[in-house]
Design a binder for this molecule. Sequence first.
Ligand SMILES: [Mg+2]
Length: 187
Amino acid sequence: MKFGFDIDDTLIDLRAHAFRLYNKKLSKNVALETFQALKRVEIHEPFGLTDAEGSAMWNNSLEEIYFTDCPSFGGALETLQALAQQGHDIYYITSRPKQYCEQTRAWMEAQGFPITEGHFFCGMQDIEKVAIIKELALDVYVDDKPAVLETLQDVKTKVILKNQSYNQHVELPRLKHWQVFLELVNN
Ligand SMILES: [Mg+2]
């Protein structure tokens, strides 16, 4: 089968990692519960930053956010490794900015994610993600972002939503724990 995965906040816990970095950089101690209650993707509000300040903070911190020790979600790495061992095709489709693509691929490989030549798509706008998913005729695609998944409802790809506090309004098969990924795929 052909499996496609978004990376940030689907396979790896990037926003929580950034939230910890923000606490450190801003010498704050905002609780993780605050993070877990956020209703939007952006994480700057609990630090008292405006949207403009938050956007600047995010963009200035990107290298540190992307290429330090961001953990993957429990079971994500093992799930993808098992799929690869079983001979399934694994594709990565990420909207990370183009200038970080090469380093992102290397970072993902260093974490142990199985990457095949030609199966790593990076620098994708939402609309480009959708086009690639259709072109590849993926059997399954997993993402945390409603904007991408909601435009995929007319395709044969089984679309799975990675559970996040900001996507609770979306009605799609919802992945809460990677350990039950295959059950969700087969249901
Ligand atoms: Mg994502």
